[in-house]
Write a protein that binds this ligand. Structure first.
Ligand code: C2E
Ligand code: MG
Ligand code: MG
Length: 573
């Protein structure tokens, strides 16, 4: 019984050994079909390479044996990466990861790698077996997916997702290394206007031009992204000081503003920028981002076309702003507005030549709120369309009343760009003139200079307005974009020189030179000129000497009631 058992056992063991060997051979065969297998000694020299390794790496067996494993390194991974790998297997632990290797011809391939250390009786590795699976096509697919996930299709710039991730990384890095940086949010003003009037294709074209220009202006290693429709963001590292940042941003904005040719028309884009500094304004990525956004919104609220650094306290402002917006809406419904009129005078004769209507918000609880505190809100919320129509009608009603009394003076009304963008504006204007019975040539619409600088398309509406006989003035001239060189091309009748130039007329030679230049250009082109904001006798004298025909300002009269203005008119007769 014992004998039988022993021989049976021996047979059984032999049989088992044979099958283990067979199994091992089968495993090796299967492995060779799919995996790159290599064995290296303790120092990393290759002692075994399977056929797959030879096939994929393009090296012959002779070229591989005895060579260090790093013969296939591609210089893609960091030193840290390999240090970590060696530390793991040196400690007798299995290492797993993806490695990019290089073939003999220099091309790359990715391998999913497992390295198993084999230990001697002292527990020290005497060789390493590495099993690698080629995953180049998977990696490529991953790349494409990552690109799609992290890049904007239109401009091929990184997108919001990528930017958010990078910003967090940057904050962590800056915190560790005690670095500062500057986050810039960049927005194209009124892109919607291009989309609406020229179609989305043109809007897209404009966006790609802006992306290209931003790329050109920023250092190559800069993180620049398109966050959403018309918003971009970038980061300025090693920015030097805040002055340098402001110079750089101004240069970028000027470059973006260079005309873009769309279907033969030149468009100059104005932009708004919001800036926040790490760590001065926030130590966390999301907070920093919110603060740059707030600064940008503030810039937009002020009409755009500039840049704003985050200022603490903006959050409070926005609550105020929400409150005002709400009150404005109610007041428009209940008609809490009135008009003051500020007369304009002939500088030579001192006689009244016309008036300008200026809207006043008489809030039942807050009292009188000046236009510079609510016009912008009305513009952004488009309430200006309703308010502006009321102003226009009321001013025309008053002018008509004066006309009936025999006072034929020009009535100027301030009109915002938003109103002109409204396709019904022209019809509304015609209707008011007809219903109130005004002489169109006694109505003058005052538009700010930025209309002409970056809203080429609005010129068509302006031309149509002039066809009705209504006059057009450029308000606050000299502060906006339009340069002297193209005053003559503008479809306008009057230039109102901004009071900034008048203010220093008594002292500064420079200002009088500017006023002189405006006057001489206006004269050659046949435009009327009105000097705004005359407060002093001295200023008036200089303007008289320079030959300026008309003036307006506290020196003559503050904005006042219609009845007061009427008394100036009565004196004239
Ligand atoms: P604007 O059209 O340039 O009007 C002139 C502003 O300067 C007025 O301020 C006027 O009171 C002020 N001003 C006039 N003479 C002098 C002076 O000698 N010295 C000084 N320091 N200031 C002077 P106001 O009434 O506060 O209006 C401010 C701005 O609000 C206007 O500037 C205009 O752009 C806007 N605005 C006023 N009414 C309307 C309106 O009905 N519609 C629109 N869209 N904007 C309006
Ligand atoms: Mg005005
Ligand atoms: Mg003005």
């Amino acid at each position: 019984m014992q004998e039988i058992t022993k021989s049976t056992m021996e047979f059984f063991i032999k049989d088992q050994e044979a099958s283990v060997e067979k199994n091992l051979q089968d495993i090796l065969f299967a492995l060779n079909q799919s995996a790159i297998v290599a064995i290296t000694d303790r120092t990393g020299k290759i002692t075994f390479a399977n056929d797959k390794f030879i096939e994929v790496s393009q090296y012959s067996l002779d070229e591989l044996l005895g060579k260090p494993q790093n013969i296939v390194n591609s210089a893609y991974h960091s030193k840290e990466f390999f240090k970590n790998l060696w530390k793991t297997i040196g400690n007798g632990e299995v290492w797993r990861g993806d490695i990019r290797n290089r073939k003999k011809d220099g091309s790359f391939y990715w391998v999913d790698t497992t390295i198993v250390p084999f230990l001697n009786e002292k527990g020290i590795p005497y060789q390493y077996v590495s099993i690698r699976y080629e995953i180049t096509s998977r990696k490529r697919a991953e790349e494409v997916i990552r690109h799609l996930a992290y890049n904007d299709q239109l401009t091929d710039l990184p997108n919001r997702l990528y930017f958010r991730r990078k910003l967090s990384e940057l904050v962590a890095h800056a915190e560790k290394n005690k670095k500062e940086f500057c986050l810039v949010k960049f927005n194209i003003d009124r892109l919607r206007y291009i989309n609406d009037s020229l179609g989305y294709e043109m809007g897209d074209y404009v966006l790609s031009v802006v992306a290209l220009r931003l790329k050109e202006m920023l250092p190559v290693d800069n993180i620049l992204a398109r966050l959403s429709g018309d918003e971009f963001a970038f980061i300025l590292k090693d920015f030097g000081n805040e002055m340098k940042v402001s110079t750089m941003i101004k240069e970028i904005q000027e470059y973006i503003q260079q005309p873009i040719d769309i279907k033969g028309q030149q468009y100059a884009l104005s932009s708004s920028v919001g800036v926040a500094y790490y760590p001065k304004h926030a130590r966390e990525a999301s907070e920093l981002s919110t603060k740059a956004e707030k600064a940008l919104l503030e810039m937009k609220e002020r009409g755009g076309g500039g840049f704003q650094v985050y200022e603490p306290g903006s959050a409070k402002k926005s609550i105020e702003r929400m409150f005002l917006e709400n009150e404005l809406r109610k007041s428009i419904r209940f008609g809490h507005f009135s008009l003051d009129y500020q007369p304009k005078f002939s500088i030579a004769t001192g006689k009244i030549t016309g008036v300008e209507a200026l809207v006043r918000w008489d809030h039942p609880d807050l009292g009188r709120i000046p236009p510079n505190q609510f016009i912008e809100i009305a513009e952004e919320t488009r309430m200006i369309n309703v308010l502006g129509e009321w102003v226009l009608r009321e001013a025309c009603r008053q002018a008509s009343e004066w006309e009936q009394k025999g006072f034929h003076y020009s009535m100027a009304v301030n009109v915002s760009a938003i109103q002109l963008e409204d396709p019904d504006f022209l019809e509304t204007l015609e209707g008011i003139l007809r219903e109130e019975g005004n002489r169109p040539d006694l109505l003058e619409l005052e538009l700010t200079e930025s209309f002409f600088g970056d809203q080429g398309e609005l010129q068509e509406v302006i031309i149509d307005i002039r066809k009705l006989g209504v006059k057009i003035a450029i308000d606050d001239f000299g502060t906006g974009y339009s340069s002297f060189s193209y005053i003559k091309e503008l479809p306008v009748d009057t230039l109102k020189i901004d009071r900034a130039f008048i203010r220093d007329l008594d002292g500064g030679k420079e200002n009088s030179a500017i006023v002189e230049a405006i006057l001489s250009v206006a004269k050659t082109v046949g435009l009327n000129v009105v000097a705004e904001g005359i407060e002093e006798e001295e200023q008036l004298q200089v303007l008289k000497d320079l030959g300026c025909e008309k003036g307006q300002g506290y020196y003559f009269s503050k904005p006042t009631l219609a009845s007061e203005c009427e008394s100036f008119m009565t004196v004239n007769i």
